[in-house]
Every structure is written in structure tokens, then in C-alpha cells.
Design a protein around this ligand. Sequence first.
Ligand code: PGA
Length: 251
Amino acid sequence: MKKCIAANWKMFKTRLDARETATALAALTADKLPADREVLIFPPFTAISAVREALGSRTGFGVGAQNFYPAEEGAYTGEIAPDMLIDLGCSWSLAGHSERRHVFKEGDDLVAAKTVFGLNKGLNIILCIGETLEQRKNGHLETVLREQLRTALLECSQKDLASRLAVAYEPVWAIGTGEVARNQDITEAHAFIRSQLLDIKPGHGEAMRILYGGSVKPKNIADIISLDNVDGVLVGGASLSAESFSQIVLG
Ligand code: PGA
């Protein structure tokens, strides 16, 4: 399966900024994107169409949403349903990003509901998991990761799950802080996640992609992407500029 290089633009960029960044990224990577890599961009909802249009039918690029609500439609003021995202050209969505879990207090059950509902509606999902510094210091790393994975994955029964669901390991203390996890921390956490995936989803767990996220930059991508069980990266800050993200895409 291709390595997945994903850009999470969070709450940044107007439509014009988004269109310019996507166009510049496409130009900077034209004819250079390795055949074993795919690029996914997660703009804010309001810029999804602009990015979709800017990328056109360019192969190797996809567009996704950062979040959605797990219902068909209805009286959910302020929320967006999977069908609306698919209608905009999204093929992916994040679920359970640490900012959703910590700023908006989304618990494992809501993240699980989103994962199952999104997959059933036809969205591919990047399920984000990760521990806080306190949980790590208290020796709860494995318990936290196991619980986040189990709750989200137990009800997922798609035959093609391995190609439609990726896990992003993002230690909360490494997101937006400039603090990159050490290679050893990443290798250990990814090996543990792999063992859990094999256990929770036998037959799928081996091929499921595990992405690393947390202060990925052009200068550390080459090291991180070559670690065992690292099948891609989820990039926040360094994905906002086409210049730096193109270096990560090609790095
Ligand atoms: P960062 O964000 O690269 O800015 O640390 C990663 C993320 O939030 O997915």
C-alpha cells in the first residue's frame, strides 16, 4: 500500500489561500511524486471545494474533511454529514484528532461512532490516537492506545478495511509544540499499535497503515518515514506552506 502523506490545515486558510497553496503544491511536486506515495489534504470545510478544484484530476492526490457528525442528516445545528462531504469530493475524513478530543471533549465513544458511520457511508477514515504527556509519564501509554483503538475498531466490519482505514499515532505532547517524539518512541508505539491491530482486526491489521503525526518537518521526514511500521505522516504546521509541505511529500 502507498505511504500516505497527509496535510491537516486545521482552522487556517480562506478559499483563496487554500486554492493558491494547493496549486503551488501541485506545481512543486509535478512529475516528481513517487509512485509509492499518496497525498491527502484536509482543508477547513469552507475550502474543500477550492482545493478539490485546484487539484483537478491529478493522480496521487486526495481531499478530506477534518471532522463530521455521525448522522444521515437532521437537526444538528452547526454539523456536517458524510454525504455532504462526499458531495464536495471528499474521499477521506479524520476522526478523533487530538484537538477534537481535548478542546471539544470528544470521547472514545463518539470517535467510534464517527469511525463506523463514516466508513459505512463511504468515507475512508484516518483514526487519530495518542497519549498526553501525563498519561505517558504515569505509564499509561499502552492502556490509552489500546482503549482508543479497541473502542473505535471493534464495530468496523468492512471487507476492505485495510485500505479504507489508517491509524495516525499523534502523541498529544508533540502536536504543534516542535517537540518531535524520539525515533525510539515512535518505533515502540507503532510496533505496539501494529500488535493491537493484528489482535483486534485479524486479516486486516497487517496491511493497515499507521501514520505518525506531531511536529513533522522537512528536516525530520526522511528519518521518520523510514522507521519500521511508519506508513505515512500527518502534518499540521509544516503543511500550511506549499514549499515546506512539498519537501515533506518528496522527502
Ligand atoms: P503539527 O500537527 O504537525 O503542527 O504538530 C500535527 C497534527 O495536529 O495533526
